[in-house]
Design a protein around this ligand. Structure first.
Ligand code: PBE
Length: 268
C-alpha cells in the first residue's frame, strides 16, 4: 500500500525501548530527518518492545520497532531493517569496553582481561538465545563459557588471578549487554578469582557510574555514535579499552511481510 496507509496501519507509532538508549536518540533524529511529524516514538524497554513484536508477528499485524544487531530477534523472526538513506542511525561503530580511571592500578588482572576481551556477534548470539529461551543469564553465560573454554583461555592467558576483590560491572538490561556482562562476570569470577557485582542500571547512570568510580567497568559502550553524548559528557573521566565486538547495526525494524523498505516511505 501507499505511505499513508503504513502510518495509519501502525497508528503512527514506532515502538521504542528505554529512553536513555542511544538508539532512542537516533530514532528521534530519524523522526526529524525524515519529517515524520505526526509520528510518536513510544518509550518502554527492550523487553516490552520484544513482547510487542512477538505479538504482532503472531498475528501478522504491522509493527515498527527500534532494533539493533546483535539481537536474537533476527534469528527468531523474519525481519528487515528499513533503509536509512539519511543515515540518522549512523554506521560503522562497535561495542567498546570502558573502565574507570585507576582500575589498572587497583585491579590489574581484571583490567588486563577487560582490555583483551573481544568476541563476535555469533558468540554473543548463543548466550542471548539461551537467555531468550528462559535460562538465567548467569547460567547461560556459564554454559557458553564451558563450551568455549579455548577462547576464554586466550582471554586470560598469562594473567595472574586477582586477590579476590569485587569488580563492579555496570550494564543496562539490553539483551546484548545482559549476555556480554554475564560472560565477563563469569570469567572474572571463575578464571581470575574475583568476586563480581553486576549492577543493572539505566544508560545515563551506567556512564555516570564508571566516570564517577562507583562502577569499575562496562562492556556496553556503543561508540563512536550511539553513546556519543555520554562519552562527551564524561570525557577524560573514563578509559576506553577499545572494541569488544564489531559489526553492529541500529535502525527501524519491521517484519518482512510488511510492504515497506525505507524510512523515507513513512513520511506523508
Ligand atoms: N542498544 C543496545 C543500546 C546499546 C546496546 C542499541 C539498545 C543503545 O541504544 O544505547
Amino acid at each position: 500500500g501507499g505511505s499513508g496507509s503504513i502510518g495509519a496501519a501502525v497508528g503512527h507509532k514506532i515502538i521504542g525501548i528505554d529512553p536513555g538508549a542511544g538508539l532512542m536518540a537516533a530514532a528521534d533524529r530519524a523522526v526529524t530527518d525524515y519529517g515524520l511529524t505526526d509520528w510518536t516514538l513510544v518509550e518502554g524497554s527492550s523487553a516490552a518492545m520484544a513482547v510487542a513484536l512477538d505479538k504482532a508477528v503472531k498475528n501478522e499485524d504491522p509493527i515498527i520497532v527500534t532494533g539493533w544487531t546483535p539481537h536474537w530477534m533476527f534469528a527468531k523472526y523474519d525481519l528487515k531493517y528499513l533503509d536509512d538513506p539519511k543515515k540518522s542511525f549512523g554506521e560503522d561503530e562497535e561495542i567498546r569496553t570502558v573502565a574507570r580511571l585507576g582500575l589498572k592500578e587497583d585491579a590489574p588482572s581484571a583490567y588486563a582481561f577487560l582490555d583483551r576481551f573481544e568476541w563476535t556477534d555469533a558468540d554473543m548470539a548463543k548466550v542471548m538465545a539461551a537467555v531468550q529461551e528462559g535460562a538465567e543469564p548467569a547460567d547461560a553465560a556459564a554454559a557458553w563459557a564451558e563450551d568455549n573454554a579455548a577462547m576464554i583461555d586466550g582471554w586470560v592467558d598469562g594473567i595472574e588471578p586477582g586477590a579476590g576483590e569485587t569488580i563492579k560491572l555496570a550494564y543496562v538490561a539490553w539483551d546484548s549487554e545482559i549476555a556480554s556482562t554475564n560472560v565477563v562476570g563469569w570469567v572474572l569470577e571463575h578464571r581470575l578469582g574475583y568476586k563480581t557485582e553486576l549492577m543493572q542500571v539505566e544508560a545515563g547512570p551506567m556512564w555516570a557510574g564508571v566516570a564517577g568510580g562507583d562502577a569499575d567497568a562496562m562492556v556496553a559502550a556503543w561508540l563512536p555514535i550511539t553513546h556519543k553524548d555520554y562519552a562527551e559528557q564524561y570525557e577524560g573521566k573514563y578509559e576506553d579499552l577499545g572494541a569488544n565486538l564489531k559489526g553492529t547495526k541500529l535502525g527501524l525494524v519491521v517484519p518482512s511481510y510488511m510492504d515497506v523498505s525505507s524510512i523515507e516511505d513513512l513520511a506523508g
